[in-house]
Design a protein around this ligand. Sequence first.
Ligand code: SF4
Length: 229
Amino acid sequence: MTGERADHQLDPAEKAGPILRALDARYGRKDRPAGRDPLEALIRGVLSQNTTDANSARAYESLRERFGDWGSLAAAPPARVEAAIRSGGLARQKAATILAIMRRLKERGRYSLDFLRKLDSAEAERRLAAVKGVGIKTARLVLLFALERPVFVVDTHVHRVTRRVGLIPPTATREKAHHLLDALISDGDKYSGHMNIIEHGRRVCHARSPECGACVLRRWCAHSHEETP
Ligand code: SF4
């Protein structure tokens, strides 16, 4: 309790810190690995859309095995790229996006996204999301994982959990959630918070039948208190 209010009634700014500390304690604080290549992060991000981590990792390994360097991928016919990434699902759509990225880089003269390092985060995000098939989430994955920028990335688990606990309004769209959580979550917590909220969504706060009785966030959770007054 804080003053007259129960923990689940606190403002988002008041409960964000305690929620993230509880997740760190439950799942471990995550440190961002250094030295990720932004182009690899982008291709991995495209392949991760609407599939599991295991399937998208398999699709990425298959792509790199089939095409030893970025130039041969850029020159490949779409059907060969589709065949290489089939295990990740949505192969036609993802192949088209990957080839569109490679075409743009070929026009720039280099298969590299290192030029993004010189841009501010908003401009880097805008350039990445300008490619058809690369949404805000995928663009931000590159910023967070490879460019070491303090942006918050909202996937389906983060969107669900943060609405339920009351960090953002229940009606907030995924796009709006990115900006609300950017402002709410401190820069130092953005990477670990993203990773741990996803883990919590997968393990406990399932889309159907969340396991509220076993949840370390229950005391702060607006949804849980609505369901079990
Ligand atoms: S208390 Fe229930 S709804 Fe709230 S975060 Fe935990 S599992 Fe999700």
